[in-house]
Design a protein around this ligand. Sequence first.
Ligand code: AHM
Ligand code: MG
Length: 337
Amino acid sequence: MHNGTTITQFIIEEQRRVAGATGDFTSLLNDIVTACKVISNMVNHGALVGVLGSAESENVQGETQKKLDVLSNEVFLQSNEWAGHLAAMASEEMDDIYPIPARYPRGKYLLTFDPLDGSSNIDVNVSVGTIFSILRRDDAATDPSERDFLQPGTRQVAAGYALYGPSTMMVLTTGNGVNGFTLDQNIGEFILTHPNMTIPTDTREFAINASNMRFWEAPVKRYVQECLDGKEGPRGEDFNMRWIASMVAEVHRILTRGGIFMYPMDSKMQAKGQGGKLRLLYEANPMSFIVEQAGGASITGTERIMDLQPESLHQRVPVILGSKNEVERVQGYHQAG
Ligand code: AHM
Ligand code: MG
C-alpha cells in the first residue's frame, strides 16, 4: 500500500527546486509541523487533560487568555527556539518579541504566529486553528528588534495554518500555490490530501459578524444588504451566510468551496482608535498570502493587505478576503464612496 506524500517529503522536494537552499527552511517548517501536532493533541483531549477554561490572565490587547492560548504559545516557543533557524519570534499572546535565547544559535528567519486562533470556540468544542508566517531577516549582525518584523506581507517566505476540526489539517504556501495535508493520527504524519487548492472566482456565500451591522461603513452595509435582498434585489440571486467566529475555519471553507469573509472597519473600533479586529502580522498577512496564492483576493476595503507597511507588532487591520470577483465588488463599493 502506498501511504501518500508526507508533508516533510513535500517540503524537501519543493526545496530541491530552490537553488542554494541549505535545508534550514525545511527544518524550520518541520519544527512548526511538530508544534501543530502537539497543539492538535491538546485540543483533541480537551477536558480530559484539564486544558479548557480561562488562564485568568490578559494578553497585550486586553483579551482574557484561555489556558490553551497560553499552552499553545509555550509549545510554539519550545518547538522552534532550539534548532538555530530563527532570530526571533512574535505572537498574539506575547507583548514583545521573543529573541532566541543566547544558549541557542541564531538563524536568519523570523516567525510570527497566533498559536490558537478563534479561542472563544474552545470551550464549546468548535473548530480552532494556528496561523503562522515566516519572514527573512535582513540584518544578521545586530540583536533582533520589533523593527525587523515590520515587513509588508509581500515579503513573507511562507505562511500556513493548522485547522483543528473534525480532522486536523495543515495548509501551506511557500509562494508556489497552496497545498493541504491531513493528519493521519495513526502514523502521526500529515499526508498531502488537497494538492493545489484554488478558490472559485465567484461565490454566493458570505461570512460576517452581523451583530456589528449598525457600526459598519456604508460600502459594507450596501454589499451585505444586496446579498440579503437575494433574488429580488440588485444581485438577482440568493446568498447563503456563515459565521464560525474562527478565521481559520472560515478561510478553510473559502479555500474549499469559495466565499467571502469580512471583518471590516467599524465605528465602534474607530472610537477606540483600533485599526480593525484582526492582527496584521500573524493573522491578516499569512491568510492573505494563502488566499492570493489560491487565486483569491484580500483587501482592507481600499488597499491590498499584503502591500501595507506594518507600523507595530500588534497592529490591527480590516480584512475582506476570498473569491476574487466578490472582493473586487466590495473594493469597488469602497472606491465609489
Ligand atoms: P482571537 O485571535 O482572539 O481568537 O480573535 C480572532 C477571531 C477570528 O478567528 C474570528 O474571525 C473573529 O475573531 C471572531 O470575532 P467575533 O468574536 O466578533 O465573532
Ligand atoms: Mg487570533
